[in-house]
Design a protein around this ligand. Sequence first.
Ligand SMILES: [Ca+2]
Length: 281
Amino acid sequence: MSRLPRRSVPAFPLLVALLSSRAPGEVATPIVWDFESAKLTWRPREDTIALTRTEGVGATEQSKACLRVQGKIAGGWNYAISDTHPLAAEQLYRLSAWVRIDKLGETSAMPFLKCEFVPADGKGELGRVSTETYDGSRLGQWQLLAAEFKAPAGTVRCWVALEKGARTPMEIDAYLDEVQIEEIDELSVFDKYRLKPTPPSLENVRGVHPRLYLDAARVAALQRRSRPLTRRCGRRSAPKPTARRRAAHRPIAGMTAGVATSSSGSVVSGTHCHRWRWRTC
Ligand SMILES: [Ca+2]
């Protein structure tokens, strides 16, 4: 009779890990719902919504078919949802989809796509990420909706949905095409706000905390600028420090002595907040 090993190794997780491992530099195959195949893997959230694979209508030149989403729905968050697919935790992805909305109910919100993250046991919530909403000023036009994200820790699978935007009754007649989730190396959102080129004045202070700009001379200059405003309000000096005002202008928690800025951007010096000059006027 053979003896069992002291510590048995779970075979299924090991098999999944081996199958999902990729060579360095190898790009994962994107998850694509292009609706070119007759097999439909999406389903409506309620029976009052009809999903129809429609040929001859496509968002791109290569597309020969797409998914029509049509009907009224009484509740829930989604018009239609996809099947689930594997997704790697803590990997960067880009979700994109072409959407064309021909008709919306008068009280219907602008739809968008979302990706829902699923844990290994399928229970609980890991969260979700949404694309921007469809631009209602361009009804009847194909629009590319997208979102970039990092799959949260614990993510094993995901599914995608065409979202209503609220749980109230809504009506829609729309088309969906080329829905895709692809791996990316970095989030492009940071490039959107990056100055090209960076002005020399900012380059000189790269890595310096903004609060360090506030030296005594800078604070004095800001104080001088605030005085004319108090005079215009007919108040030349600080209001009498009533108990209510003292409570409202108590030192900000965590502030150290010296000069700093509050979370709202007000200039703070020592233990006195100069925000009262604006608020009392
Ligand atoms: Ca297509």
